[in-house]
Design a protein around this ligand. Structure first.
Ligand SMILES: *[C@@H]1O[C@H](CO)[C@@H](O)[C@H](O)[C@H]1NC(C)=O
Ligand SMILES: *[C@@H]1O[C@H](CO)[C@@H](O)[C@H](O)[C@H]1NC(C)=O
Length: 422
């Protein structure tokens, strides 16, 4: 079967069109504290509640196929999003297991993002209906039974890469035998390892290969860096992929269009939160993604880590986002506001130091003069550089630990890293 060509967007919209009205209510659970995540917990997202209640009639009565996919989702990227999109297309409801911090530490070393942030990112994806926190790293027989019996899962989904248990056996053998296993294609061109590599290599570029990777400050010039990274990123943006991620519809009549812009580099839990808040101010959220050039000029090295198409896909995958401008201008003009019928322009209070270049004026001057500009209190203090900083210190800790390991241990670790399907 060719999953890629399934017209999932329209299936979803026409099958139960009213469900999409429920998106606004979503993910109050993002604010939950980590203490909630002690055991394996199931977090239904609100539109599933809607489905099982008010709207449980007519067409939606047909038995809904529930599919399950799990992962570490550390350093969430559009490759994860694309895997979950494909998984969702194999059923009606997608339940996602997010591997616990402890299991990741035991199998791969400390995650860059703690459970709470990984849950926020996964729950923020528009294809995800429910989340199971603290899933096991390798599916045990017991866990599989609880998926089938308690969580009413019909199929377990995994990428087409082999997933082996430490004893060398296939982790999904049981599900396959039971005829409850389905496979999707992995997204080419991106992995968490690759993203870490981009950050580290661009730091080496600036610092002449020195060890001083702890400083991720602004500054430095971009020329050489850009050509280096060009070789690292193998992502080839196609219009097909953008269509697959898109909602495929514009604002309705009388819709209040909210505009927010930024780099949205290394898409993190803080981004999900601010987008959720922005969406609540209107009916249609339009997100401007700044060009690579603009981000590099204002933030300096090593940003942007993800290029504009990658950043656009991550933003489009977010359930609060309706549309993106791929390569938005720095300055918001009257023309833009008219063209997109923007009612309100917002900007988060926690943003990267977007220093104005010499001769540059306030990019929000026009919406401010029109009285349609608003600052949004950022719910989290996360920034792209704080995430990048964590990646660097994680890597340093890993190198230290690894230096003590034997060759065979290193090899096992490497394999584990890749098998985990990041
Ligand atoms: C190297 O890192 C230290 C802190 O770890 C910092 O004080 C120093 O300024 C850095 N040097 C350079 C050249 O970035
Ligand atoms: C523009 O947005 C306003 C809401 O702010 C809406 O009432 C109006 O119908 C929209 N205009 C068009 C042409 O869509």
């Amino acid at each position: 079967m060719e999953y890629e060509s399934q017209n999932w967007i329209w299936d979803g919209l026409y099958y139960c069109p009213r469900l999409f009205g429920g998106l606004m209510l979503t993910v109050a659970l993002l604010g939950l504290s980590t203490t909630y995540f002690g055991g394996i917990g199931l977090f239904p997202l609100p539109y599933v509640w809607l489905d099982s209640g008010v709207f449980h009639k007519k067409k939606c009565e047909k038995k809904r196929i529930r599919v399950y996919m799990d992962g570490c989702f550390d350093l969430m990227h559009y490759g994860h999003a694309n895997a979950l999109r494909q998984a969702k297309a194999l059923g009606d409801e997608l339940v996602v297991g997010v591997v616990s911090d402890e299991e990741i530490i035991a199998n791969k070393g400390p995650p860059v993002l703690p459970m709470e942030e990984r849950l926020a990112l996964v729950s923020g994806l528009k294809w995800v209906d429910q989340v199971i926190a603290n899933a096991p790293y390798a599916i045990t027989e017991q866990f599989m039974n609880s998926l089938f019996n308690e969580h009413k899962i019909d199929y377990i989904i995994h990428g087409d890469d082999p997933c082996l248990l430490p004893d060398g056996s296939d982790a999904y053998a049981l599900a396959k035998k039971a005829g409850r296993y389905k496979q999707i294609k992995r997204t080419e061109g991106v992995s968490s390892t690759d993203i870490v590599g981009r950050i580290l290599s661009s730091l080496k570029d600036t610092e002449g290969g020195g060890d001083n990777t702890s400083t991720l400050s602004n500054g430095g010039s971009g020329g050489r860096h850009q050509s280096q990274r060009g070789q690292i990123s193998q992502f080839l943006p196609t219009s097909q992929r953008i269509v697959q991620f898109s909602n495929g519809k514009g604002p309705g009549p009388n819709a209040r269009v909210v505009y927010i812009d930024g780099a949205f580099d290394l898409f993190h839990a803080g981004h999900v939160e601010i987008l959720k808040k922005a969406k609540q101010l209107g009916d249609f959220l339009l997100v401007g993604i700044h060009t690579d050039h603009i981000v590099r000029e204002h933030r300096g090295m090593p940003y942007p880590v993800m290029h504009v198409h990658e950043r656009s896909l991550s933003v489009l995958a977010c359930r609060f986002v309706d549309e993106v401008i791929i390569g938005a201008p720095w300055e918001i003009t009257k023309d833009m506001i008219t063209t997109f019928n923007i009612s309100i322009v917002v900007h988060g209070t926690v943003a990267e130091s977007n220093t104005l270049l010499p001769g540059e004026t306030d990019p929000y001057a026009v919406p401010k003069r029109m009285g349609i500009f608003r600052f949004l209190e950022s719910p989290k203090s996360l920034t792209t550089s704080s995430v990048a900083q964590r990646i660097v210190s994680n890597h340093e800790a890993y190198m230290k630990r690894n230096a003590k390991k034997t060759e065979s241990e290193k090899k096992y670790y490497e394999e584990k890293t890749y098998v985990a399907g990041e």
